[in-house]
Design a protein around this ligand. Structure first.
Ligand code: ZN
Length: 372
């Protein structure tokens, strides 16, 4: 249960367009507990007017598909209020690797809900190495090439001059290796029989790639110091049940994203969502930075906060130290690097409300690339 206490969330994405959802009821309930005193600038820091655009600088370089990945016990939060329950699920996903400037990499897991998606997909090493090697080794033979994929994802193969000997060769290895699966005819000579992927799977992979590109690009727009400690993004599929909450788990370098708000943007191209999602990604990465490094001194932060005299950048900051840090980072980044995109009166207000926390962050000398 220890893990649960560290989960931090932001009830996400509201306002801007008529189609947007307000934050969840439970998120609203939580906000009510934070008092009525108007000692903050924004309700949430991402209500600032900064408009992050896709065409803004990103350090994203390249995306590579890494195949299907089924992961057990992945954190599940459909509603903001689920955070305290520690629910988990089996997460069927496509894995991608995104590469950035300065040798930064990020793994992305895009959830899909296709049953037995991996059944027909034979391991790459069999298709790309073993099979071509056999063709090369026996150029004149019409080999019957059999393959098997086990429940655990392991593959093996066998071959022979005819169906019977090919199958039994594969079976022999299958049994020896303890693979739980069925040997299937993959190819006769150069002719591939077994469909590598079914149509549905191929379509899902394409969709997943679009999502992976969207979030990879967005992640590239985070300043350098927020990129280095975040190693994984889990994109939870929109099945019409979630409230768009994003969350992190104390001690883990991963951000969890309920896609329901962002994918509306991806599919309908509402720019406003791209910007909101970017701001939430900044907030979540700030959690990871604070919780997985020892770079932020809590006592020094509290000192700065005390000097700021019970004033906050956002109402959500009042929740606890972690939210205050993440929300303040978002506000600090706005005031110091993107103030020309903000309302002047709010820039001034933030400078008046949290000057000591801004100073604290200034003195960290963060690497802000690609921001100047
Ligand atoms: Zn948070």
């Amino acid at each position: 249960m220890k893990k649960l206490l560290g989960i931090v969330v932001l009830g996400l994405l509201c306002c801007g367009t008529a189609n947007a959802k307000d934050e969840s009821v439970s998120g609203n309930e939580m906000m009510k507990t934070l008092g009525t005193e108007k000692n903050y600038v924004y309700k949430y820091s991402f209500y600032n007017k900064i408009n992050f655009l896709k065409k803004d600088p990103t350090t994203f370089k390249k995306l590579t598909f890494k195949g299907e990945k089924i992961i057990n016990n992945v954190s599940k939060v459909e509603k903001y209020s689920d955070v305290s329950f520690g629910k988990t699920k089996t997460f069927k996903s496509f894995k991608f690797l995104a590469e950035y400037e300065d040798n930064i990499t990020l793994e992305l897991f895009i959830e899909h809900n296709i049953a037995n998606a991996g059944d027909n997909k034979i391991c790459d090493w069999v298709v790309n190495d073993a099979y071509p090697d056999i063709l090369k080794e026996f150029p004149k033979d019409k080999k019957y090439f059999y393959v098997v994929k086990g429940d655990d994802g392991r593959c093996e193969y066998g071959h022979g001059q005819d169906k019977k000997s090919g199958f039994s060769d594969c079976e022999k290895i299958r049994k020896a290796e303890g693979i739980n699966g069925k040997c299937k005819l993959f190819a006769i000579g150069k002719k591939i029989i077994l469909e590598k992927k079914d149509k549905k799977l191929k379509k899902a992979e394409k969709e997943a790639e679009k999502a992976a590109l969207y979030y990879s690009h967005m992640f590239g727009q985070l300043p350098h110091f927020l990129k280095i400690y975040t190693k994984k993004l889990y994109i939870h599929k929109d099945i019409g049940k979630d409230d768009g909450t994003w969350w992190t788990i104390h001690g883990l370098p991963e951000i969890h994203i309920n896609e329901s708000n962002c994918d509306a943007q991806r599919k309908r191209k509402f720019k406003i969502y791209y910007s909101h999602c970017t701001k939430v990604m900044i907030h979540e990465s700030a959690h990871i930075f604070e919780q997985n490094t020892k770079l932020i001194s809590r006592s020094k932060w509290n000192k700065a906060k005390k000097l700021d005299k019970n004033l906050y950048c956002s109402k959500y900051s009042k929740f606890d130290f972690h939210e205050d840090f993440a929300e303040s980072v978002t506000c600090w980044m706005g005031v110091r690097y993107l103030s020309n995109k903000m309302k002047k009166s709010n820039v001034k207000k933030i400078e008046q409300y949290i000057p000591n926390r801004l100073k604290f962050l200034d003195e960290m000398n963060f690497n802000m690339h690609p921001y100047k």
